[in-house]
Design a protein around this ligand. Structure first.
Ligand SMILES: [Zn+2]
Length: 201
């Protein structure tokens, strides 16, 4: 006969299981491990989780992750070129591009891709704030760093059209990235090649 875990154990394991890369068995092992933690460590995990939204905020300028409502380190850095904006789908991609160490401009998190099937339309992406930044900072180039799947391409085309009237060059990453792949998973050398070989939209 199957022996179930206690209810609280199961509840925690079910939550952990929803994290990327965590299967049922891993989640259960994590709970077994946590049961051996001292109460202070468990309390610390509890507060870290419950205060996550309060302490990790979005940069009011670019939408990158930041702390306590302040602009992010990239926007605060005066040596970054504010006239060069790399548009990414999600903040997680910024970290990967930064690891390549080659990009000296700033970012703009657009917050998703256009996807009619998932009900994601123009109102769901942050394009107005991008247009405002282009005007405010006399931006010269906008690099679109979307994945090369259908939604990524559609989003690139839409943004390209929207920026047509602006005096700004719109480029996209070279196709060093495998079709349908996400920049989040590309290595530094691939990102460097994609940035270096970028071309007009
Ligand atoms: Zn920022």
């Amino acid at each position: 006969m199957k022996h179930d875990y206690p209810l609280a154990f199961q509840e925690l394991a079910n939550l952990l299981k929803t994290l990327p890369g965590i299967g049922k068995r891993s989640a259960e092992r994590m709970v077994f491990s946590m049961l051996k933690w001292p109460p202070e460590k468990l309390a610390l995990l509890g507060t870290s989780v419950s205060e996550l939204h309060e302490r990790v905020t979005l940069c009011p300028e670019c939408g990158n992750l930041s702390s306590d409502g302040a602009p992010c380190g990239i926007c605060m850095n005066n040596s970054r070129d504010k006239t060069l904006i790399c548009v990414v789908e999600d903040a997680s991609q910024i970290y990967n591009i930064e690891n390549s160490g080659l990009f000296k401009g700033v970012y703009h998190v657009i917050g998703g891709k256009l996807s009619p099937l998932e009900g994601k339309g123009i109102k769901d992406i942050h394009i107005q704030s991008l247009v405002k930044r282009i005007d405010a900072n006399a931006v010269k180039e906008v690099i679109l760093a979307f994945s090369s799947d259908v939604e990524g391409q559609a989003t690139s085309i839409y943004i390209g059209e929207e920026l047509k009237r602006k005096n700004v060059s719109v480029t996209r990453l070279a196709h060093g990235l495998p079709a349908g792949s996400d920049i989040s998973y590309a290595d530094s050398a691939t990102i460097a090649a994609a940035l270096h070989g970028r071309r007009p939209l």
